[in-house]
Design a protein around this ligand. Sequence first.
Ligand code: NAD
Ligand code: IPM
Ligand code: MN
Length: 355
Amino acid sequence: MSDTFHILLLPGDGIGPEVLAAARRVAGAAADRFGVRLEYEERRIGAAAIREEGEPVSEETLRRAAGADAVLLGAVGDPEFDGGKVRPEAGLLALRRALGTFANLRPVSAVPALSGSSPLRPEVVEGVDLLIVRELTGGAYFGEKEEGEERASDLSVYTRREVERVARVAFEAARGRRKRVASVDKANVLATSRLWRRTVEEVAREYPDVGLEHVLVDAAAMHLVTSPGCFDVILTENLFGDILSDEAAVLPGSMGMLPSASLGEPGSPGIFEPVHGSAPDIAGRGVANPYAAILSAAMMFRHGLGRPEVAEAIERGVAAAVEAGHLTPDLGGSSSTEEATEAVVRQVAAEEGAA
Ligand code: NAD
Ligand code: IPM
Ligand code: MN
């Protein structure tokens, strides 16, 4: 097994570079401890790429991504390009498409030390541990588009194959957890959702040990904040997954706590990035919460590089830093990005000393 990995860093825009620097710092400390070598290449994506290269992601960057072992990304998006013809977000969508990362894993868990950060009552949030499996390369995001002055349309298409492969990811994940899948759709209205439901039923037959329920997306949005503890794995399409995962951020209390892994076919590089965006409202102030990006680096070690022990060390480091009260302002604290990051680095290193 090779112990050297090539990582493509795409800091992007806004707080992207701030949180990516934090993730890199912690990944480096954890990698050192486990004798893993990381080699980095850094390139532009999003508004930064539009400014310097004239497009939100270049062909060369897509090629470098395809040749890397994993892609670690900050965030894209800049209000400067709102309403413009070329959008920073298009770079991220092109990257997901190019790498074929059809399954987006977004774990959400309640952190006891943060129960005060959630606007929900502690007894609602307590013990929450769910995984959103969001389909990432289909649906309205990627269908044919029409954009006129008087009329616009986004075609939403799903094929049986697209549903099957992401459903398998969800059922496999459920096997390693509490063995329950809630498939979220809008089958009472949408044809794509009816295909989704039929296909998920078929895949479920291959997993008799995993329980399946279907939940309509409007009701799921409500259950997510009234009884989030009822969910184990949530399987859903691209657009619903985008919306439900931001809603789920109220469970730990901040967007700054949710990591993600976007995975394609085995052997192809995954994209590891926080669920949050470029947060232009706080960018450049050094106060962005780095934990989502740091936890995304942990997911990179687990799902992208096959080194779960490094992932676990990072996750323990974040848990300890949070527990010790190193909280950025979004969590009600006054730590800077750097202080929170250093707290994790110290935890990872202290464990080594203790081992
Ligand atoms: P956002 O996630 O950037 O911010 C939403 C709110 O959460 C803001 O108040 C922000 O300050 C806060 N927040 C987010 N991350 C935080 C962190 N790490 N620490 C502390 N607070 C944090 O969503 P938005 O404001 O709707 O979008 C801003 C831009 O980001 C848009 O251009 C959007 O398209 C883009 N975006 C990109 C991604 C991505 O790159 N994956 C994801 C979502 C949004
Ligand atoms: C996300 C983001 C992206 C999405 C945008 C920036 C294209 O909101 O990763 O959740 O909608 O998928
Ligand atoms: Mn989103």
